[in-house]
Design a protein around this ligand. Structure first.
Ligand SMILES: NC(=O)c1ccc[n+]([C@@H]2O[C@H](COP(=O)([O-])OP(=O)(O)OC[C@H]3O[C@@H](n4cnc5c(N)ncnc54)[C@H](OP(=O)(O)O)[C@@H]3O)[C@@H](O)[C@H]2O)c1
Length: 322
């Protein structure tokens, strides 16, 4: 067996938070490669990397990630890149002797109209949200890759796990004007409206859809927690062909309410308007995280506190990534 923990995607929001958590816990050594040092869609390079480094554990937090607009504009890139990253990393990790791997998926794997709160067994029971279907299909393939390796190589001790986070936010988020998710996009828009003294900020849709948001350091703690659960505990929580675990905050909030919270945190004094010519998307996406809660993890950072901290990070970095 190898040694060291490889965090793939350590420069991303989630990967960086996993690194912070592992460093705080004093575990390692950590094995880190930026995208430019190791392109995970390049199978030969990935094979070379795993054969040379032979990590003991792998956190797979590298992915092509984006909001509705980016998913709509670049569907081919979203499905291709994510399928390739997963296939290369999971297969080459296995081939090099890795026996414990954690794959990060997303709540968009679930059907658009799944019963709420969404349980793990809702996977593949209905049609997906069309705007990010290619991305979601790639993430579903990632779960199925991990569980197929588990099923075929169980006797060799292969134990590849998957976590499905709800919407995440926090330090290191992407605040790109077109390519970001809803919470960081609102932080940016309210901030700019405040700077420019604009009279109102228009929100897409009616503001009625509800979403769940988890602070990224809570997600990182959940990832490390799941990675280190004893095998019998993980196996008791999952099924061989429903092998993923939800990671949510526990409650959701209307987009209109979220906008009010962000407006308050930023100190913007103008109005909030709703552009009802724009689509609302899925009415509600609230995860049932009872499995993980029963296994001893719970979120620690409330939404108001988390937004304040994310805004401080935004001000520090004014991050704009394409
Ligand atoms: N953000 C959320 O709200 C959210 C919610 C649910 C699930 N997740 C999941 O959490 C994981 C991480 O998301 P994130 O928000 O941390 O995304 P992120 O900030 O965009 O980070 C992704 C990282 O992956 C790297 N990467 C992309 N393509 C790569 C490639 N071909 N080879 C090597 N590295 C590559 C990126 O590097 P470059 O920037 O250099 O390309 C980046 O450092 C993803 O699996 C995502 O699905 C995120």
């Amino acid at each position: 067996m190898g040694s060291g923990i490889y965090v793939a995607g350590h420069r991303g929001m989630v990967g960086a938070a996993i690194v912070r958590t592992l460093e705080t816990q004093g575990v390692g050594p950590l094995i880190l490669r930026s995208h430019s040092e190791l392109d995970l869609t390049d199978q030969r390079a990935v094979r070379r990397f795993f054969q040379e480094e032979r990590p003991e554990q792998v956190y797979l937090a590298a992915a092509k990630v984006g909001g509705i607009l980016a998913n709509n504009q670049f569907p081919a890139e979203f499905i291709y890149t994510n399928l390739m990253i997963e296939a290369d990393a999971v297969h080459e990790a296995w081939a090099s002797g890795v026996r414990r791997l954690l794959f990060l998926g997303s709540s968009c794997i679930y059907p658009k109209l799944a019963e709420q709160p969404i349980r793990e067994d809702a996977l593949l029971t209905g049609k997906l949200e069309p705007t990010n279907e290619p991305y979601a299909i790639a993430k579903i393939a990632g779960i199925k890759l991990c569980e197929s390796y588990n099923r075929q190589y169980a006797l060799d001790g292969v134990d590849f796990r998957s976590v499905m986070p709800t919407n995440l936010y926090g330090p290191g988020d992407n605040y790109h004007p077109d390519h970001s998710h809803v919470l960081p996009a609102l932080i940016r828009r309210f901030h700019e409206a405040k700077e420019k003294s604009l009279p109102e900020v228009a929100i897409w849709g009616t503001g009625a859809p509800k979403r769940e948001f988890l602070y990224v350091d809570d997600m990182a703690a959940a990832s490390v927690h799941v990675m280190n659960l004893p095998r019998h505990t993980y196996d008791a929580l999952t099924e061989p062909m429903t092998s993923h675990i939800n990671v949510g905050f526990g409650s959701d909030i209307e987009i209109a309410e979220l906008a009010k919270l962000i407006k308050k945190s930023i100190g913007y004094t103008g109005n909030i308007a709703f552009d009802t010519t724009k689509p609302d998307g899925t009415p509600r996406k609230w995860m049932d995280s009872s499995k993980l809660l029963s296994a001893g993890w719970a979120p620690r950072v409330g939404l108001e506190e988390g937004i304040r901290s994310a805004y401080q990070d935004f001000l520090k970095h004014k991050m704009v990534r394409a």
